[in-house]
Design a protein around this ligand. Structure first.
Ligand SMILES: [Zn+2]
Length: 78
């Protein structure tokens, strides 16, 4: 999977978490909070799996990194 695609999916996950927080607050239902936590966990796991340097395949941690913290290669987000 391309890094850009992974990043878009992770950001979409954040948007979903945000929606769940709002729904949880608006409806006072814990269910939405649990869904939000579930998405957050899935999002984190997804990023750990796919948020990797194309060169050395090490985890790059932040989705805003311009260079790989492990090998120093420039990361293409296109
Ligand atoms: Zn690297």
């Amino acid at each position: 999977m391309k890094l850009k695609t992974a990043k878009i999916i992770v950001l979409s996950g954040f948007a979903l978490i945000f929606i769940c927080i709002i729904l949880s607050a608006a409806t006072k239902l814990d269910l939405f909070a649990y869904i939000g936590i579930g998405i957050a966990a899935a999002d984190l796991i997804f990023w750990v799996i796919f948020g990797r340097c194309p060169e050395c395949h090490k985890f790059i941690r932040r989705s805003s990194s311009k260079i790989c913290p492990n090998c120093g290669k420039k990361i293409e987000w296109k």
